[in-house]
Structure formats: C-alpha cells, structure tokens
Design a protein around this ligand. Structure first.
Ligand code: SF4
Length: 708
C-alpha cells in the first residue's frame, strides 16, 4: 500500500508534559514514520516546537535495540525472548527467596504510558513490595507532596486554557517554560501577556522565558533574578508585604483555610531588608512584584524544578501555596498553583500509582480502607508500609537491595552523584532493563529487553494540566521488539501462580478498564469517552466532563480547608567556601531532553547544541582567567566534567549553570544527592563547585571511565 493510502494516526508528542497532539503516518517500510501536524489538536491547535517536530527521527535510529540481550562473562550476547524471560523470572524469584521482596526495586517511567506504569506497579505489589518509583522523584516529588497535603491533589489546579483566558498575572518561579514547555509559553502565557497580562519571573538565570516576554511597548514583565536557593526568603518578603499592606482576602482565609496564624507568627520577626539582600534582589522590586500579584483580579502561580529540586523543596512549594491561599487566588479560572510537569507522562505515572507511598489515584498504601478497596479488585494483599524511593533504593544497592527492574529509566545519568550511582549499581546481584536504546544504565544490566518506541504503540498519557489523552501507534520497526505492556504482562504471568489471571490483558484498553476500577479520579473515563479531546481528571463517573480547574467549593483535604503554614529559610546543603567558591545549578535546554537518550540521537535536535557547556558570569570568568569558548573543568566534591565555557551576563555572578543531557559531560556527576526529608527529592539545583581553565589528563580519564 502506498503511503498516500495510509491514514495518519493522531497521537501525542513524546517529549514534554504540555501534551501537544501530532499525527504520524506509516510510510512504505517499517521505520519510515512521517510527522504531520494535527491542526485542531486540543492543546496546541497545530503548533509544535522543535522537539515535537523532530520526534519521529529516533524511531528508526540505527542504535535501536532489536533483540533481547543476556550478559555472559561481562559481554552481551543475543538471546531468545524465552531465555530472557526465564532468566528474569528465575532471578527475581531467587532474590525474593533469599532476601525477601523488599530486596528488589522497580523503576517505572514517565516516558511510558499509563497502562504500562499501572501494570508495573501492580507487578511490584504482587511481588510483595512497595519499592516502586518513577522519575517524578527527580523533578516534582516535593510539589506533589505539598499540593497533595495542603490542597488535595498533586497536580495543576487549573488548565492552560483557563489560565490564558482569565489570568491577569502569571507568577513563574523556578520554571523556564520558554525553553522547557515552548508551546505552553508561546501559545498560552506569551499570548496572555500580549493581551494585557503581567508576568513576574523569579529565576537566577536570564533565559528564553525572559526574552520571550521582553515585548516592545510593554513593561508587563518583571524578572527577579535571585540567588539559587533563596526562594523561601524571597516569598517571605512577598508574603510580609501582602500582610503589611492588607492585600489579603480575609473572607477566603476565614472560610476556606487553616493555619493563617502560624504564617503570621512565622513572619512576625522577619527582616525583609536582610532577606532581600540574601536573595540578591532589591527590596523594592520584590515589593512591587508582590503588589502586582496580590492586587490582580486573578493571579496564577507556575512552579518548576527550580523550586522543587531542593532539600527544602516541600517548603518552597508550600510558600507558593501560602501566597495563593491568603490572597484567595485558588478555586477560580485564571488562578491556582500550577506545576509545569517535565516528561509527557510524568503526571500519569504518578496518577496510576508508580510511587512507593501511594496506590492508583494517590490512595495511601498505609490507609487500610483505600488499600482494601484496591485489594478487592486485584485479589491479593498489598504491603501496608510505604516502600523506598528510587534514590533511597540506589543508596542501598548491594546492602539491602539486590535486584532492580528498570522500565525506560536511566538512573546512572539521571540521579545525582552519578559516579557513585554507577559504582553502586554494579553491586546489584541482578538488574533487568527494558528500553529502546543501550542507555548508560542498560550497560550495567544482566538482561536487556528491547522495547518499542512511543510511535509504535497505543495507550494513554496525562499531560501537565491533568488531561488524559490517547496515543496511537503505527507499525513496529523491528519484529523482535515488544511493547512495554507485553513485556511486563509476560513477566507477571510467568512469575506468579496467579499470573495468568492477574496479568493477562488483550490490549491497553483492557488494562485501562482495570485501572479505572481502582483509580477514583479516572473512574468515569473510557477510551471512547477520551476520544480526541481527552478529559481532565478528576472524572469520577461516566459522563463527567472532567474539571479544568479544581477546588471551586472545597479543598480535597480531610477538613476541606486549604493548609497555610509559615516556612523558614533553609540554605542549600552546600554553600560556597574557599575550596568550592561557586554555586552550580542545572537545567534543561529547549532542544534536548533529560538524559538525552532520544534527543541526542536526533540530528535536528543535536545540531544546535551537540555538547554540554557551562554559563559563567564575566566577573567570574575574569577572576578565573576564562575566555568565552575555553574548555574548562567544572568540579564539585563528587566529580568533575570538562565543558566549554560560555561567558554571559545571563547568569548571576558567583553562579555557574550547566545541563544534564550529555553522557560525555554529565552534570549529575557533580550534583548533590542530599534529599528533602519528606518528598525525598534530591537537591539538583545548588551544589558548591569550582571552575578551572586547565583540563588535566585526569579529567579526560574520569570522563571516559564513566562512559565505559
Ligand atoms: Fe512536544 Fe512539549 Fe514541544 Fe509540545 S511543547 S511539541 S509536547 S516538546
């Protein structure tokens, strides 16, 4: 059949959490997959960023894994699926027998679909452990924790559409949507500013978001360029300014919140001038921003990893919630606290329970009633203690954790202190990785299972504003690869006596049908109802249209009230000293994605930035004798990387900024694995570092050793 006669299928971009709709068409041969725009796609209305447009480039990449691999004598050899399955099942059984079920961890993936993550977490729980997690731990675990505890749901309170239409002020803190969520930034936020809204950006880095709002003839953009790790003092200045000027919403506070007195007490002795100095931002600029936010008709907060990836990540987000609650900016269109989620299904992966403390629908594993309701559908007992997070698991490799099942994640590059992760992962007795490429993690595996890409399979994903949408695939490229769902299902069937009953599903829709029985906020959805528009959760009953914004009447907390709680500044775990005099911070680029597994293999995406680099302020460059374009070494207490220096005033003096995407100079060799006590998210955003212009042979050795 010629390609002209094949219908293009409507699916969702596999990169960021905006959830843009695209079409793909099968060409003459498997692997000939063509990108086509989807003109009336619900989120992006046909627009697309560079990543979406290039997404099909890696589907038929020469590096694709095509057959199962088993490691023997330190080398991989091709194996049959039967051999590979038997090996995986034997090892998982052996480890459970020898050490108990909690000696194995399961990593789900925000790059895979709801049905696949649902089945993986069910597999972990049938195995007997809650040690299942996903990469939200690395990006928004603290946001999820704070929002769930204080408002009720760990997700955006509002939808991008109501925000564009109704918000008068966009407070964007620790997020860079111009780079990381380009369609949300251009089509929604920038358009709102063109229509009269104001943007307040709080970020240590001047970036594409900054430049996108520098629109001629408007002064409706304020950039508070604070020092990394000073978000709490900055927001405390804002909160105190709001209190002193009586810009609070007294009625909302009285009727819909609890804890306001605690906030007032926390701020009673607070010294705004000293705090502004610590932030590195003039006090009057913060006060002006506070006025713009608090006196707007509708003001919305957007939060990102600049807030969440700190050891005080939960407190950071709680302070944003405080601001929204005391000004009554929640529960209406154009308001709320809105995390911009990273990967295309990070929201859904959490929704379906691939986390160690919650079951599908954020039902706590230690809540007897909730657990019993899920057990009734599944037909087996679920462990009642929360499991370990992914970073906690990797801290215990070779000690109490001996087995690891990884579906589509790359912890050797994505976790902080990556050199140590690479060392510890070799202490495992057994690891299976299922993925589309030989990732830095897969190299250490005992068994590698070749999976299909996003373009070859169907299922659902949930975008950043809680919209559940269907993905649809075209033909498989490599005959001997399998869909993630098929692989997990087959392992479940072989691993357990009741596996045939628990893990036999005809297709993703059958899995979704079971998911909706145990996930209240998805209960009203069916594939048919999702159609092409998708549905925003919560959707409790068939026929519900879903909620574009939450908490119109009450919060989803036990009391129905929003939780206000004053927080105090906690500096980053590492601050500059004589040996490491700079603060290192990291963030993503527009044309790359996370550990670069897909994006660095895409010719279009790799063209502009094929290698890592570091932004250095001119004053620091002069101090350390660095010229623009020099190759320099960045060091922290944990490792070093060699990168090219970009001397720019985009970054503050005393701060250096780099990216996590490139295996040859992986920034996470430098980052700190200290965790937020509650959410267990690592502090990626602030580490003490030094920079030097001399690249010693040892630096090159360190790089190649880590790449092996
Ligand atoms: Fe894909 Fe995000 Fe770009 Fe949309 S904004 S095309 S979802 S990467």
């Amino acid at each position: 059949m010629s390609s002209e006669n094949r219908d293009a299928v409507k699916t969702i971009c596999p990169y960021c959490g905006v959830g843009c709709g695209i079409r793909i068409q099968q060409g003459e041969e498997p692997g000939d997959v063509r990108f086509m725009p989807w003109g009336d796609a619900p989120v992006n209305e046909g627009r697309i960023c560079i990543k979406g447009g290039a997404a099909t480039e890696v589907v038929d990449h020469e590096d694709r894994l095509t057959d199962p691999l088993i490691k023997e004598g330190g080398e991989f050899r091709e194996a049959t699926w039967k051999e590979a399955y038997e090996y995986v099942v034997d090892e998982l059984e052996r480890i459970r027998e020898a050490y108990g079920p909690d000696a194995t961890g399961f990593f789900g993936s925000s790059k895979t679909m709801n049905e696949e993550n649902y089945l993986l977490q069910k597999l972990a729980r049938r195995y007997g452990t809650n040690n299942v997690d996903n990469c939200t731990r690395m990006c928004h675990a603290s946001t999820v924790w704070a929002l769930r505890t204080s408002l009720g749901a760990g997700a955006m309170t509002n939808s991008m559409r109501d925000l564009r239409e109704e918000a008068d002020v966009f407070w964007i803190q620790g997020a860079n949507p111009g780079e990381q969520h380009p369609i949300a930034n251009g089509q929604y936020f920038r358009q709102a500013v063109l229509d009269g809204a104001t943007v307040i950006q709080v970020d240590p880095h001047a970036n594409k978001t900054t430049r996108s709002f520098q629109i001629d003839d408007t002064d409706r953009h304020v950039h508070l360029q604070l020092n990394p790790g000073t978000d709490i003092p900055l927001l405390n200045v804002v909160l105190k300014t709001v209190l002193e000027n009586d810009w609070i919403d007294e009625e909302f506070i009285a009727e819909r919140t609890a804890g306001f007195e605690h906030l007032k007490e926390t701020l009673a002795e607070f010294d705004e001038e000293a705090a502004a100095e610590e932030c590195g931002v003039p006090l009057e600029e913060i006060e002006l921003a506070a006025e713009k936010y608090a006196t707007a008709e509708n003001a919305a907060i957007f939060t990102g990893m600049g807030m969440s990836q700190h050891a005080c990540g939960v407190d950071n987000v709680q302070n944003e919630i405080n601001l929204a609650l005391i000004t009554g900016n929640v529960g209406r269109p154009g308001t709320g606290v809105n995390p911009l989620r990273g990967q295309n299904n990070v929201q859904g992966t959490c929704d379906v329970g691939a986390m160690p403390n919650v079951l599908p629908g954020y039902q706590l594993v230690d809540d007897d009633e909730a657990r019993a309701a899920v057990e009734e559908v599944w037909g087996f007992d679920i462990p009642d203690e929360p499991g370990l997070t992914n970073v906690e698991l990797s801290h215990k490799f070779g000690e109490s954790v001996h087995g690891l099942y990884v579906m589509g994640e790359n912890p050797v590059m994505s976790e902080p202190d990556a050199n140590r992760v690479a060392e510890r992962i070799q202490e495992l007795e057994f690891m299976v990785v299922q993925d589309i490429f030989m990732t830095e993690t897969a190299k250490y595996a005992d068994v590698v299972l070749p999976a299909t890409t996003w373009a070859e399979r169907g299922g659902t994903v949930t975008n950043t504003d809680r919209r559940v949408q269907r993905m649809r695939g075209v033909d498989k490229v490599h005959e001997n690869t399998k869909h993630d769902l098929e692989i997990v299902s087959e392992i479940g069937k072989r691993l357990f006596d009741d596996g045939e009953e628990l893990f036999e599903f005809d297709d993703p829709e059958a899995v979704f049908e079971e998911l909706r029985q145990v996930c209240p906020s998805y209960h009203g959805m069916t594939y048919e109802a999702l159609g092409e528009e998708g549905i925003h959760w919560p959707c409790y009953e068939p026929g519900d249209e879903g909620d574009p914004y939450l908490y119109a009447e009450a919060f989803d907390t036990d009391s129905g009230l929003g939780h206000v709680e004053g927080v105090r500044h906690t500096p980053p775990a590492e601050t500059p000293d004589d040996e490491y005099p700079l603060i290192l911070t990291t963030a993503r680029l527009e044309e790359h994605y996370n550990t670069g597994t897909m994006s660095t293999r895409s010719p279009t995406l790799n063209r502009r930035t094929p290698e890592n680099f570091v932004d250095v302020h001119p004053a620091d460059a002069e101090r350390y004798g660095i010229e623009d374009g020099d190759e320099v070494v960045l060091r922290s207490r944990r490792g070093r990387i060699a990168v090219e220096a970009e001397v720019t005033e985009d970054i503050k003096e005393g701060v250096v900024w780099t990216t996590p995407h490139f295996a040859a100079a992986a920034a996470n060799r430098l980052t700190n694995d200290v965790l937020d006590e509650r959410a267990k998210i690592p502090e990626y955003k602030a580490a003490a570092a030094e920079i030097a212009v001399d690249v010693e042979p040892a630096d090159a050795d360190a790089e190649s050793a880590a790449d092996d």
